[in-house]
Design a binder for this molecule. Structure first.
Ligand SMILES: Cc1ncc(COP(=O)(O)O)c(C=O)c1O
Length: 360
């Protein structure tokens, strides 16, 4: 590891493997399919391992991510985003032809209006999942009547088949986790009320790393798949904010170098917003030292991180520090590659980030 240039993204392979296995066995025990979101890792080798361990399919946000994951051997992909652009029709058709199943999303009545002509352009029968908003106030139907109107409209379209319901419960990141059991129960009741009013035989697929384990444990047959993403690596959001992951399970860390110490209580590192992104965890922190020292990246410019904390006084220029980032998904998307680190702290291999920047 001493040979690495910084900033570098390190993936600790034993922790990654444990995180992958743990989520798969949680799902297996509950009889629920795992359809992980690949937006976090964007890596073919990780997708391949998720499928080997039993993932039924993958979730992607964008067509570009789905295309990048094809070498993993995936057979079923759900693109959980509001596709509208008719220029994408040939790409959708090509993906559908290379997979056993490509599922698309429909996220509101306004979105469905735009999806229908796109599907006509594609010219293939495609299953769609209807999004239900559960409190994030992003995509998804707000009212049962709206979901019912969408379901009738989909029924009337020969090329579309309503194949189920999905949610992204991103609001769980900011909730008081001591109420999680109650919140998950309310979530399940809400989704199932919509589903049962339309067709009780259809599956529901929630998707969020904060709620995934609780949902599998509380589902009692109500949920058929979960689609978490960030659980593979973890970050400050999952450890400190949401408290669903112990600190020593975090599998991706950023190695950075102290490049200056303008004052005794401020160190500057060579990783700023072009490494950590501008996403912050609680108290506006971009990253924390992984070894538990009080060393926090409290502000970022493009190529500088401002590091403060009790232990900054001891830092020397040239010292290298491992950081846990606030939000790992955006960090991965900014890098070209990750270094895979063994338990004896050597580099096993380098993985290019296959779907990095595949935002179209
Ligand atoms: C639609 C959708 N599904 C699933 C996920 C996965 O959630 P998490 O990052 O909490 O694992 C996300 C995350 O943004 C999402 O937007």
């Amino acid at each position: 590891m001493d040979e690495l240039f910084t900033p570098s993204l390190l993936v600790f392979e034993d922790r990654l493997e444990t995180n992958l296995q743990r989520m798969q066995s949680t799902c297996d025990e509950a009889g629920i399919d795992l359809r992980p979101h690949i937006k976090t890792h964007k890596l073919v080798p990780v997708a391949r391992r998720q499928i080997e361990l039993g993932a039924k399919g993958l979730t992607c946000a964008k067509l570009g991510e789905a295309e990048a994951m094809l070498p993993s051997g995936v057979r079923e992909i759900f693109v959980a985003h509001s596709l509208v652009d008719q220029r994408q029709a040939p790409r959708i058709a090509a993906l559908a032809e290379q997979l056993d199943e490509l599922r698309l999303a429909t996220t509101s009545e306004a979105h469905l209006e735009a999806l229908i002509p796109l599907i006509h352009q594609v010219g293939l029968n495609l299953p769609v999942m209807l999004a239900i908003d559960t409190g994030l106030n992003r995509e998804g139907v707000r009212a049962l009547e709206s979901a019912q109107r969408m379901a009738s409209k989909i029924d009337a379209e020969p090329l579309l088949e309503l194949a189920g319901f999905y949610t992204h419960e991103g609001q769980f990141y900011g909730k008081d986790h001591s109420n999680r059991t109650t919140d998950v129960e309310a979530l399940l009741t809400h989704i199932c009320t919509v589903r049962d009013a339309i067709n009780p035989a259809l599956p529901v697929w929630p998707g969020c790393s904060v709620s995934a384990t609780a949902i599998t444990q509380q589902s009692n047959g109500r949920v058929q798949a979960v689609r978490p993403g960030a659980y593979v690596f973890g970050d400050l959001s999952l450890t400190q904010n949401a408290d669903v992951m112990p600190w020593d399970h975090v599998a991706l860390q950023v190695l950075a170098t102290v490049v200056d110490k303008p004052t005794s209580d401020l160190a500057l590192i060579d990783a700023g917003s072009k490494t950590f992104s501008s996403d912050r965890a609680r108290e506006g922190i971009s990253a924390l030292a992984a070894d538990g020292r009080d060393i926090a990246v409290v502000a970022v410019n493009e190529e500088h991180g401002y590091v403060r904390g009790e232990d900054v006084a001891q830092l020397q220029v040239g010292e290298r520090i491992l950081f846990v980032p606030a939000h790992v998904c955006t960090v991965v998307n900014l890098a070209d590659e990750v270094k895979v680190i063994t338990t004896d702290q050597t580099i096993r291999t380098t993985w290019p980030i296959d779907a990095r920047g595949k935002n179209q």
